[in-house]
Every structure is written in structure tokens, then in C-alpha cells.
Design a protein around this ligand. Structure first.
Ligand code: ZN
Length: 272
């Protein structure tokens, strides 16, 4: 089982869209926006009932810029992630610190968090987020295309490649080129290190790596990019850091986006 939440836009309530077809059967409640067609109508005029369903779906999907009149739709966690999240929330003494989250977060795939609780939920989520430890992920990418070549967690140098005389590693300082005999101890002697450099293409088996800022360069026999094959031109490579969120943190960020949408629209968060 997986859990997600969504918030309807307020285009209908604010009069930005026409009334729904078959308005007498239109409902907007804990079940979201839907048409409640009486079962007698399905029995007496099946075709008409199905036509009403189609008209309503078309209204929902195409009346405004928000598909299905949903302004925010977020996947939260699967069953095991849900258990972990509640274990974290349920640690001793925390229930009184996060009363809104305790009361309104989904335990089954239905129900709502009322819009009136969105602000308090946001405050609790901000407090919960402060407790999360965020690691950093180091990413090596080709600048022009953004294609990621390799990534590692900050503080753990990643072995990239062995060349004739050199080894390549990636860590938060950048791509490091070290003597191949030092592969087991990459920081012992660093011949080249850069977070922004040009991988040159002279001819196969001869690649100068040049730091963009300092102009420092080293000649290597192997290329880092493309991963397979020989480059046909120079490539600009960059190393950057971004937060590495654990699944609990990802759920908190998604819940924050839902609560913000609820606060903005005045509509509840529906769990589904
Ligand atoms: Zn809308």
C-alpha cells in the first residue's frame, strides 16, 4: 500500500470556472470533488448516468489549468515508510509536540487534514524537519547536458576509474587525480583536483584535464565522459553538492507542499 495526499484548487469556489454539469449531484466533501449519481438512475437510464460521468470528468479535467482540479498531488510513503514515519513521530513525548500531525496524518487511505489545521501542521512539520540530519550528495555532471556521471555521499571518496598512471576519485573537493599506486589512499598525493574543469580531446588516449578557474592541467590517458566510448569534442565537467534526503525527510517536504497548498486555497488535504 502507498499513501499520497492531494489538494483541490479553489477555481470552482472563486468562480473562475463554470458550474459543474449535473450540479444537483455534485459533491465536494471529505471524498474530494465527485458526482454522486443515485443508484436508481444507473438502473433506470444507464446510458444517461454514464454520459453524466463523462461530462463531469471532462469538466474536472479541462475547466482550469489544474488537471482534475488538483493543485498539489504528492506521494508520501509506502507501507514500510509509513511505519518508519510514525515510529519517528511516536517516540516518547513527541505526541504532545506534534498533536496536529498525530491526529490528522493518514493511517488509512482516506480522510482529510482540514484547511483550518494547515498552518499548525506547517509549524509542526518545520519543527520536525529541523530534527532531520541532512547529508550532502556530491555529483559529477557534464555541464551542457546536465547528465550525471557519478555521485557519492560527501566524506566518502568514490573511486571512478583507473588509468595508465592515474586513478580518479570523486569527493566534495571535486574530481581528484592521484598516482595509481596510491589507489588505496587517495588523499596521500593529489596531482589534480577540480570542481569545474574541461576534459580536452586531442586524440584517443590523450586527454588534458584543465581547471577552469586556475588553468592548472594534467594529461591523462583516459576520459571520464562519455562513460562508454571516446569523446569527440571537449567537455566541461562540474562537481556540485545537493542535499541527500532520507525517505522520512522526503515525506516531510511533500507534506509541507500539501499544507502550503491547503493554506493558499482554503481547501483540505485529502488522503488517498
Ligand atoms: Zn484550478
Amino acid at each position: 500500500m502507498s499513501y499520497h495526499g492531494y489538494v483541490h484548487c479553489n477555481c470552482y469556489q472563486t468562480g473562475k470556472v463554470a458550474d459543474p454539469p449535473c450540479k444537483e449531484f455534485f459533491r465536494f466533501d471529505v471524498g474530494g470533488m465527485y458526482l454522486k449519481i443515485p443508484s436508481e438512475l444507473y438502473e433506470s437510464d444507464r446510458e444517461r448516468a454514464f454520459a453524466m460521468e463523462r461530462e463531469f470528468t471532462a469538466w474536472l479535467d479541462h475547466s482550469c489549468e489544474h488537471h482534475g482540479m488538483v493543485i498539489c498531488n504528492e506521494w508520501l510513503f509506502d507501507s514500510s515508510g509509513c511505519d518508519l514515519f510514525y515510529t519517528c513521530l511516536g517516540e516518547k513525548g513527541r505526541e504532545k509536540n506534534f498533536p496536529v500531525l498525530h491526529k490528522y496524518l493518514p493511517r488509512v487511505n482516506d480522510g482529510i487534514l482540514p484547511a483550518s489545521m494547515a498552518k499548525a501542521a506547517l509549524q509542526e512539520l518545520a519543527a520536525l524537519e529541523k530534527e532531520c540530519t541532512v547529508r550532502e550528495r556530491v555529483i559529477l555532471a557534464e555541464k551542457e547536458t546536465g547528465e550525471q556521471i557519478a555521485s557519492t555521499l560527501s566524506g566518502i571518496p568514490l573511486f571512478l576509474m583507473q588509468a595508465n598512471h592515474h586513478c580518479f576519485f570523486l569527493d566534495a573537493d571535486g574530481v581528484m587525480v592521484v598516482p595509481s599506486e596510491n589507489w588505496y589512499e587517495p588523499k596521500k598525493e593529489i596531482l589534480f583536483c577540480s570542481r569545474h574543469f574541461i576534459q580536452g580531446q586531442n586524440f584517443p588516449g590523450k586527454h588534458p584535464f584543465t581547471d577552469v578557474k586556475t588553468g592548472r592541467s594534467i594529461q591523462c590517458t583516459n576520459n571520464l565522459y562519455p562513460l562508454r566510448g571516446i569523446p569527440e569534442t571537449d567537455h566541461e565537467l562540474i562537481v556540485y553538492l545537493e542535499p541527500d534526503y532520507d525517505p522520512g525527510h522526503v515525506a516531510i517536504l511533500a507534506l509541507k507542499r500539501l499544507a502550503e497548498a491547503s493554506l493558499t486555497t482554503g481547501n483540505p488535504i485529502h488522503w488517498g
